[in-house]
Each structure stands twice: as C-alpha cells, then as structure tokens.
Design a protein around this ligand. Structure first.
Ligand code: NAD
Length: 500
C-alpha cells in the first residue's frame, strides 16, 4: 500500500525533502504504518533557514500590536480546529481523546499568554540618571530561533516555544518528533491562516542528522529542546559551544510522598491518574510513590484496586482510560524494566505483561504495572521508564521521604499528600525539585508562570514559557541618552566622572 509522505513546511508551503531516507509513522493503537516521513538533511534545513532569515527582516519590524493580532486570530483557529488537532494527537501518539484535548488546551493557554506579550516587552526608563541624561532598556528579538520536541506532547510542547518566540518578533524552525509530526504541520498551517507571513514559522523533519544540522547552523541563534536527558545533555553542550542561547529540558522520575495524615483514597486517585494517564508517557507523570510505613498497606490496597480496573484500549474509543505506548521498541524497553524489577526482588503486585491487551493486540499496548517494596538501588527506581509502571518505596518518616527525592538524579516534579500545613511548608522549602504540588499530583505551572525542572531534568539557565520565555527569546538593549544644547560648553575629560 502506498503511504502518504509527509513534507516539510518551509516558507509557507509544503516542501519535499532532498533526503532519500524515510521513517515510518505508526498508529500505535493498531501497530500499522500510516505515513512515511523524510529524515531531512542540511540541504533541507538550509532552505528553511534562508526563508526564516529573510522573513525576520520584515517580521521583526512589524508593530508589536500587529504581531499579537496574528496570535489572537491563531487562538480562534486553534479553538475551531480543536477536534481535528485532538484526533491527530491520538492517531499518532495513542493517548485517549480526552487527554489529547487537555494537552492541546495547555498549549492554547500559552497562545493566550503570547497574545498579551506586548505588555511584557515594555522596557524600563529612568529619567535623569545623570545631569541631563536618561537611560532606558528595550527587549529586541534575536533572529532565527529553533525548537526540537519529543513525541509525548505533539501539540503542547511545540506550543511552549514558537508562539512566544514569534510574537517577540523572531522567526522559528521547529523539528518535531519523528514519531508523530502531523500535528506540528497542522499547527504551522493554522499560523499561516491566521495571517503569519511566509517564512516566519517553518517545520523540518528528521532525526539526529537534522538536529545536528540545526545545532551547527550559525544563522540559528537560539535552541530550545525538550526530550530525554542524555540527548538534552548532549545538545546543551553542543548548542552552547556553538554560541547559541539554549534551554534543554530532560527526563524525570517524579515522586509522590504520602504522609500518614493524608486522605489516602484521595491521594490514591490522584496518583493513579498521574502514573497511568497517557500510559505513563508524561514528563510530569508520577512514577514513584513514597509512603510512610504506617499507611503503606492501605495505600497499596487502593492503588492496586484502581490500577486493576483501568480500561485499556484505543484512544479514540469512548470509555478507554489508557492507550498504547508509542512504538513496539518502547514497549519492549518498558517490559525489560519490569523483568529487571522482578529479578532485583521488588514485589510485583500488578503485572502489565499479563494484561490481555498486552499480547492480544497488534497495537503497542501494555497493561499497568505496580511494584511494592522497591529499593533505592534498583533500576526501576533509578531510571526513567516512561511507561505505565508505578514503583512504591516505603520509608520510616517524612525526612527520609524528602531525602529520597533530593538524592534522585532527576528533579522535574514532585508531590506531597498531607493535611498538615507545617509539613507542606517544610516540603516546599527543602525539596530539591523544580515544580512542587501539594495535594496536586501533576503540578504543571500555568502559562503565566514558567516550566522547568532541576538537576538532570533541565540544562541551560532559562525555564520554558512565561516570563522566562520572553527573556529567552529577546535581548535587552540598554540606551543612555543625552541631548546637550548645541552651544553648551563642554570640558574635555579623560576620566570616568565621579559625580554626574
Ligand atoms: P528523545 O530525547 O528521544 O527525542 C526528543 C527529540 O530529540 C526528538 O525530536 C528526536 O528526534 C531528537 N533526538 C533523538 N535522539 C537524538 C540525538 N541523539 N541527537 C539529537 N537529537 C535527537 O525523547 P522522546 O522519546 O521523544 O521523548 C520522551 C522524553 O522526553 C522523556 O525522557 C521525557 O521525560 C522527556 N520530556 C521532558 C519534558 C520536560 O518538560 N522536561 C517534557 C516532555 C518530554
């Protein structure tokens, strides 16, 4: 069967690739190939860079209000195309439609934020910093910006980047995940429909070869990355060495700490949603439950009961709560971790390998897995598995729980379940993690805050979106002005003035 071949989006239209290397795009719920994707190369990138560089000359000069009007129109279009975008996410990613719709909404919220950015682009002004001297600062766009994004949020993560970069006056080249690129194509087309001039937003496809071409291209001034930690680390080094401004968000192993005073059933509900939603393929998924010993048995009972009853199947069928994993390879990798957990002596309470969907479907389904009595030196605790696997560790007390979260390599998100204000306050104060939830399992900051983890969950100095996004995509220029009268007497002076 002939498959649809996805193209690049360059200079306002679909463009073929000059590469003869192609990848397969799957529907993870059926296991079938549904499209082919060119693995683009530096020649393809050159075309996108040329278009973006040319477009920057005029786009950066267009009034801020006109730029934000395009974003207002874009928001309207995203809302009227909500259903199609949601279906595209589910088709190529596998997550259930309601979850896909929620992730799109979080992306739209960044567009909301971007519409109001003219207010945030205002500089500062100080009158009379010296006699007859004023000083002010402005934020100016940087030029051609780039973004490389992961498979797990095909709409939301690209939208953390390009709406902010573009409204700030930059042009953008997006390289979405090679596993589910169609959503990005639709997002770019809608930008054009909203009135964005050609060349301001471009989408190129590919894998490491294309990413390396982006990293090496001298015209590209910024590099935003979201993906796994080893890649984040590598691209952060290379982008920095090449003089680019860089933000690189990596992987996670998010802990939920459950104290004895918590409402255990409420906590269990929240943890199940956060652990198995999107089949655990979320950077903010809870993959570790840390329970103080006195409530561990009760928590386990609730978790097991709820996990066992999750409805698993294709994301576009109503009532399903969890869809498939992204690829067959990834499913094998997650199964390998379950094997390792069993070998290392953790107690396997629920075995996703035995779920009927795991073996009876052509899709990449894997049932939910729950481990208890996990130890801190086991690979199922140390590594990011990125699948529907929740591991539980038992601790003697609160300080031991904080210590666990603090010692872990990752520091993306963390949650505490408690009814005690003083415990919550101490937790917020001392936990070494970037995003903290108190009785909130997935504490993803709204678009007017910023998103970013600590430790190996993020490299670079800037969080993504919010005010950090505005700072990342602009450069500050500070201007000192003086308007002396033409006939004013001026002494020649080679020293720095002491009193102005
Ligand atoms: P990935 O690192 O495999 O791929 C991410 C992007 O990098 C893709 O566009 C891919 O084409 C590219 N890439 C892959 N290997 C590369 C290499 N060697 N050199 C250069 N580029 C390369 O990640 P993924 O599997 O698509 O996504 C899952 C990962 O993303 C998880 O680790 C998850 O925690 C992380 N993630 C983090 C956040 C966050 O906010 N911190 C958000 C979403 C996902």
């Amino acid at each position: 069967m002939e498959h649809k071949v996805i193209k690049h989006w360059i200079n306002g239209s679909q463009q073929p690739s000059s590469s003869n290397r192609y990848g397969d795009i799957y529907n993870p719920a059926t296991g079938k190939v549904i499209a082919k994707l060119p693995m683009g190369n530096s020649d393809d990138l050159e075309k996108a860079v040329n278009a973006a560089e040319l477009a920057f000359k005029s786009w950066s000069k267009i009034s801020i209000t006109r730029r934000s009007q395009v974003l207002f129109k874009y928001k309207e279009l995203l809302e009227s195309n909500r259903e199609e975008l949601t279906r595209l996410i589910t088709l190529e990613h596998g997550k259930v439609l309601s979850d896909a719709a929620g992730s799109l909404q979080r992306g739209i919220e960044v567009v909301d934020f971007a519409c109001g950015i003219p207010h945030l682009l205002k500089g500062e002004f100080s009158e009379q910093v010296g006699t007859g001297v004023d000083c002010y600062s402005t934020r100016q766009p940087i030029g051609v910006c780039s973004g490389v994004t992961p498979f797990n949020f095909p709409a939301m993560v690209p939208m953390w980047m390009f709406p902010i970069a573009i409204v700030c006056g930059n042009t953008f080249i997006l390289k979405p995940s090679e596993k589910n690129p169609s959503c990005s194509m639709k997002l770019a087309e809608l930008m054009q429909e909203a009135g964005l001039p050609e060349g301001v937003m471009n989408v190129v496809h590919g894998d490491k070869e294309m990413v390396d071409a982006i990293l090496d291209h001298p015209t590209i001034k910024t590099f935003s990355f979201v993906g796994s930690t080893p890649v984040a680390q590598a691209v952060n080094s290379k982008a920095s060495a090449n003089g680019k401004r860089v933000q690189a968000l990596g992987g996670a192993k998010n802990h939920a700490v459950i104290l004895a005073d918590a409402d255990i059933e409420q906590a269990a509900n929240a943890i199940i949603g956060a652990a198995y939603g999107s089949a655990g393929e979320r950077c903010m998924a809870i993959s570790v439950a840390v329970a103080v010993e006195s409530v561990a048995d009760e928590l386990t009972k609730h978790l097991l009961e709820k996990a066992k009853n999750l409805q698993i199947g294709p994301g576009d069928e109503p009532n399903n709560e969890m869809g498939p994993l992204i690829t067959a390879d990834h499913k094998d990798k997650v199964i390998d971790y379950i094997d390792q957990g069993v070998e290392s002596g953790a107690t396997l309470l629920l075995d996703g390998r035995q779920h009927p969907m795991t073996s009876n479907s052509e899709g990449f389904f894997l049932g939910p897995t729950l481990f208890d009595h996990v130890q801190k030196d086991m690979s199922i605790y140390l590594d990011e598995i990125f699948g529907p696997v929740l591991v539980m560790l038992r601790v003697k007390n609160f300080s031991e729980a904080i210590e666990l979260a603090n010692q872990h390599q990752f520091g993306n998100g963390v949650a505490l379940f408690t009814t005690k204000g003083s415990a919550a306050r101490e937790f917020v104060n001392s936990v070494q993690v970037g995003m903290v939830g108190i009785n909130v399992a997935i504490p993803v900051p709204l678009s007017f805050y910023t998103f970013g983890g600590w430790k190996d969950s993020m490299y670079g100095s800037s969080n993504i979106y919010g005010m950090d996004g505005v700072r990342f995509y602009t450069r500050t220029k500070t201007v000192t002005t003086r308007w002396p009268d033409i006939d004013e007497d001026e002494d020649l002076n080679l020293s720095m003035p002491t009193v102005k």
